[in-house]
Every structure is written in C-alpha cells, then in structure tokens.
Design a protein around this ligand. Structure first.
Ligand SMILES: Cc1cc2nc3c(=O)[nH]c(=O)nc-3n(C[C@H](O)[C@H](O)[C@H](O)COP(=O)(O)O)c2cc1C
Length: 220
C-alpha cells in the first residue's frame, strides 16, 4: 500500500468530488450527440474551404490528452500541418489516391508515438518508478507506445467530432518518409495521419457494413 502525502490526499479528495459532480449532473449523451460521435459520423474524403483555428487545434489537444493510457504514459505526439510548405513535404509520402483528400484538408494531424515516452513518467506517474519497466524491455516499450498512441488517436477523432469537426484518418502513406521528414533526430515514429476540418458531404461514399454483434462479440 502506497502512503499518500497530505497534498496527495487532498488531490484525491478533490478528484472524487469533481467526478461525483459530473456523474450527478451529466449522466449520458443523447442520441443525436451519440450519432455525431459514432452512429452517423463518417470518414471524410473532401473538405469545405473553411479554416480550423490554432485555438481550436489547442482545445482539441486539451481534451484528447485526458483520454486514458496505461500507466498514464501518454506516448502520442501530434504534429499539426497547416502550412502549404509542410503539406507539400507530406505530399511525397502519400499513396496516390490519398493525395487530393489530404492536400485539400485545412489541417492534417500526424499522430506519432514517442519511443522515449517513459522519460516523462516522473511527471505522468510520479507515485511509482515505472520508467525502468519500459526502458528495460524494447518489445514491451514498443507495444505500449503503439497501443496507447493508437488509442489517443481514436480519442483525438472523437474529440474532433464532438466539437463539430470531421475526420479523415489515413494509413496509406510511407511511414518511413514521414518519419524522416517530420520526426528526424527523434525517437518519434508516425502511427497514422488524420485530416481534420469541415467535411464536404458531397464526397462521402456509401456506408460500408460492420460486423454484427454475433460475428464480433461473445458474452461469456
Ligand atoms: C487507421 C485508419 C487508416 C485509414 N486509411 C485510409 C487511407 O489510407 N485512405 C482512405 O481513403 N481512407 C482511409 N481510412 C478510412 C477508412 O476506410 C474508413 O474509416 C472506413 O471505411 C469507415 O468509413 P466510415 O467512417 O465513413 O463509415 C482509414 C481509416 C483508419 C481508421
């Protein structure tokens, strides 16, 4: 059992009050809100000519960062491409059928994972020294970085949708080229790209089927 300091005990009590207030006052999203996040939301293939402000990008991150990760390791790193110069640099790495979709987006998030994420564990998980667990095991370190950055990428998309934006996630690009262009001399690797902005509904394809409950799930 870890002995908490007075300051930590106060922080725990505050967190419990905040959470209880939330659950007492806001119980769940309504159907329309769920549709905006999941039920009727779509992946985008084209974009309206409408800017996404830097303030909006920052507020997306402020919510995204709150999503859960194992040992609170937060390995995702985001590079938000807005400038024409950086879009052109990204262009060479894209599969041909993704070029127009990406180049017309107001913002393209390069979602990466930092293999040195454990350097921040002192801040992120201060009550236990978990950094050696990651540093000492390359395979475990990689799987934690990839798994949790993928989750953070998903949180990112749901935050965007919740704020009224649309997303166009993409893995059809050269990770090697993107890493060289955007993450050189770091231990950050690209996971996937996600265009964000206000989608062009005229460019949406038919909805593809999903697996039924019995095909994908089992209650045991
Ligand atoms: C990680 C990831 C990678 C994807 N890569 C591409 C891609 O390279 N090109 C593309 O056109 N769509 C890509 N997509 C979009 C998917 O095809 C799309 O999300 C899926 O068909 C569901 O479409 P819907 O959300 O409109 O129902 C990707 C989606 C995800 C989540």
């Amino acid at each position: 059992m870890i002995e908490l300091s007075e300051q930590q005990k106060k922080a725990v009590a505050e967190a419990q009050v905040t959470f209880k207030n939330l659950k007492d006052n806001a119980k769940k999203l309504n159907q329309e809100q769920m549709n905006l996040l999941f039920g009727e939301a779509r992946s985008m293939n084209g974009w309206q000519d409408k800017d996404v402000s830097d303030e909006m990008v920052k507020s997306i991150y402020e919510l995204t960062k709150m999503g859960p990760t194992s040992t609170n390791c937060c390995p995702a790193r985001f590079k938000f491409i807005k400038s024409e110069k950086h879009k052109q640099l990204l262009k060479d790495a894209l599969l041909p059928n993704n070029v127009d979709k990406v180049m017309s987006a107001p913002v393209i998030a390069v979602i990466g994972y930092d293999l040195d994420f454990s350097d921040h564990m002192g801040k992120l998980f201060p009550h236990m020294d978990v950094a050696p667990m990651y540093k000492g095991n390359q395979e475990f370190n990689y799987s934690a970085a990839f798994r949790n950055s993928s989750l953070q990428g998903a949180y990112f998309m749901m935050v965007c949708r919740g704020l009224g934006l649309d997303c166009g996630p993409m893995s059809g690009f050269s990770n090697e080229l993107v890493d060289k262009t955007f993450f050189e001399n770091t231990n950050i690797k690209s996971n996937f790209l996600c265009c964000i902005g206000y989608g062009d509904s005229a460019k949406i394809f038919q909805r593809l089927p999903r697996l039924d409950f019995d095909e994908a799930c089992e209650i045991i």
